[in-house]
Design a protein around this ligand. Structure first.
Ligand code: FE2
Length: 167
């Protein structure tokens, strides 16, 4: 069980560990075992891709990772898909707040990215775009690039160019 009273964590080294632990515990407690591996691989995969994209685009790698690992936590732990981005931002906010590890500006940045992540057709702030692109990357790459939905195709095209993929 995660301990939300860990106020003495070094904020410069352990914030990812804390949130990753919390996400792992919530998946363990609330997601049926048959769906848990997929949920974890999606969340941690999106977090890794978001961190990579943040590095490439000179954005905050740590906040990108945390937005990635939390972005579908609400969807997976409740089974609610409808408006899960907006609901997911509201779900993540108290978890971040309660940890005592993030400033209100950082919480806004993370929750803003979660809030907009389903809106793949429009452009928002750099970290919002990183999360949307990372979501597409994890989905397309985990299919061996064989499945690219209509909603994902424009972003996947830009990502291939950004990464220099020739396929
Ligand atoms: Fe996702």
């Amino acid at each position: 069980m995660y301990d939300t009273s860990k106020q003495n964590i070094d904020p410069y080294t352990a914030r990812i560990d804390y949130i990753a632990g919390l996400v792992t515990d919530m998946l363990e407690e609330r997601v049926p075992s048959g769906e848990r591996i997929w949920a974890a691989s999606h969340l941690f995969g999106v977090a890794d891709h978001a961190a990579l994209l943040a590095g490439m685009r000179n954005q905050n790698i740590e906040l990108a990772y945390i937005a990635g690992v939390m972005h579908d936590l609400y969807k997976f732990t409740t089974g609610n898909v409808e408006r899960h981005a907006e609901e997911g931002a509201a779900f993540a906010r108290p978890l971040l707040d309660k940890s005592g590890l993030f400033s209100s500006k950082e919480i806004e940045t993370i929750c803003g990215a979660i809030y907009f992540h389903s809106d793949k057709a429009h452009r928002h702030l750099p970290l919002d775009e990183i999360l949307k692109d990372a979501d597409v990357m994890q989905s397309v790459l985990s299919s061996g690039t064989r499945v690219v939905s209509k909603k994902q195709s424009e972003r996947w095209k830009s990502l291939k160019k950004e990464f220099g993929f020739k396929l």
